[in-house]
Design a protein around this ligand. Sequence first.
Ligand code: SER
Length: 526
Amino acid sequence: MKRISATERRDTKSGSKEVLSAKQIRSGFIDFFRDKEHEFVPSSPIMPIGDDTLLFTNAGMNQFKDIFLGLSSPKYHRVANSQKCLRVSGKHNDLEEVGKDTYHHTFFEMLGNWSFDDYFKAEAIQWAWELLTKVWDIGPESLWATVFAGDKADGLPEDEEATTLWTKVTSIPAERVLAFGKKDNFWEMGDIGPCGPCSEIHIDLGPDSCDMKQTKGHKCAVNSGCSRFIELWNLVFIQYSRDEGGKLDPLGAKYVDTGAGLERIAAVLQGRGSNYDTDLFMPINDCVGEISGHKYTSRLNNKIDNAFRVISDHIRALVFAITDGAAPSNEGRGYVIRRILRRASRFGRELGMHEPFMYKLVPVVVDCLGDAFCEIKERADYVSTVIESEEAAFGRTLDRGIEIFEAAAERAAGKSDKTISGEDAFQIYDTYGFPLDLTQLMGKERGLEVDTTKFDELMEEQRERARAAQKSSAFMVADTELPLTEDLHKYDFDRCDSKILGWIETGSFKNKGSIEAKAEVGVVLD
Ligand code: SER
C-alpha cells in the first residue's frame, strides 16, 4: 500500500487513492493478530450473559472478565476480536454526545487483541504501532501516546515502564508521550471489576479538524476534548480488580486488553473527517435522505445534520440490541432501548418525518454489517416489526407531546431559573411517553434545565399508586372465580386493541349492567 499521511488521507474524497472499506479494516486487524498467533473469537452478545453489574456490553473485555478474575481458564492465551459494544448507561455512557460531534456513538465495534497471562506491555505497544504505521500507513508524525501518571488516592505509581517502552519499541519521540491521571489513563469497566493503567494512541488530524474553535480559551491538545486530537486505540494493562469498597486488589496474573474503535479507524483510513462519512454510516444517511427528502452535509451545530447523525447512530444500536434480545419496555434494559428509539423518533421530526421510518433503515444496517454479524441478518424481520410497532405507539403521542413541551419550555424561559417544572416534565412523560432525558435534551437545546427532584418525587408517588392498585386488584381477582391466572402474561407495550370482557366490582365479575360514575372497577380484557 502506498504510504499516505493522515493529513493527506483527508484529501482522498475524490477516490483517487486506495481506500480500505470498513470490512477490509476489520479483517485486516484480525489477520494482523492471527499472524501474531492470536485466535479469533466471535463477539459476545450485546447483553452480557450472567453479569448483573452491566446492562449492556460496554467493552471488548466484558466476555473475558472471569478469566481476568481467575474464575475461569482461558482456552487461548492470545485472542483477537471485534466486539459489539453499547455505551448508553453506567460508567461509560456516550448517549448525550451522539449527534453533536462526529466521533461518539452509542453502538460501536471495538477491535481488540488480548493476552491472558502471556505477552504484556512491550508487545502490545509495539504491535499497535506496527499495525497503525506500517500496515495501515498512518504517518507516525501525526500520532501521540499517553501513559498513566499515577494516582495518590489509589496508591498507584506512574507507569514509567510504559513511558520507557514507547520510545524503545516504537519510533515515537519522547516529547509525544504524555502522562495523564486516572480519568484518562486508568481503565475500569464499571464501579467494580478488573482494571488497570492504560496507554492510549491519539491522532492529530490537523488544525482544521478542531470543532471548538469558537470556544473561548480552547487550546487544541491531546485530551482537550476537541475533534482535532482523537483517541484511536486504548491499550489496557489489566493488573487489578476493584472491590465493592473501592479497594484495588492485585490480580494473580497480568493481562492485556486493547480496544480500537472501528468507526474511528475507518474515518482516518478512508480520509474522512467524521465517522459518519465512512462506509459504515453513509448508506444509512443516504437512506434517511431518501425517506426525508433532506441531504446529509456533515455540518456540526446544524439541526438537520445532527438529526441524521442521531438517527444513523441509533438505528445501529437498536438493530444490534433488539437482535440480541432487548425489547422496548418500561424498565431496565428495555427502557434504555425505548429511550434510544424515542430519541431517534423525535429527531426524525426535525427532518419532517411524522410516520414510522426507523424500521425502514433496518435492511441498510443489515447490508452494511450482516456479513460480520450474521445474527442481524437472521432476525431482521423481527427487529423491523419491533421497531415499527414501538415507533407507531410513540408516534401517536409525539406530536402532541412536542406541543405540550413547547408550552412548558415557554413558561420556563419566562422564569428566572430557566427551569422546566417537575410537574410539566412528569406530564410529558406520563401522558405523552417522553423519557426524562428526552425532555432534558430538548430543554438543553433551548438553554433550559428540568426540575428532576420534583420529577423523581412524582415518579415515586406514581409507583406507590401503582403498587397499591396492584395490591387491591390482586385481592379482587383472587376473590373472583375467573380462570385468569394460568393465562396471565406479562405484557410489554403501551397500547393495543383489545375487547372488554367485563369488569370486577366489589369483588365480583360482571359483564352486564352499568357502572356508577366514579366507581372503582377492574376492567377485564381478552
Ligand atoms: N477496555 C478498554 C476500552 O474499552 C480497551 O479495550 O477502552
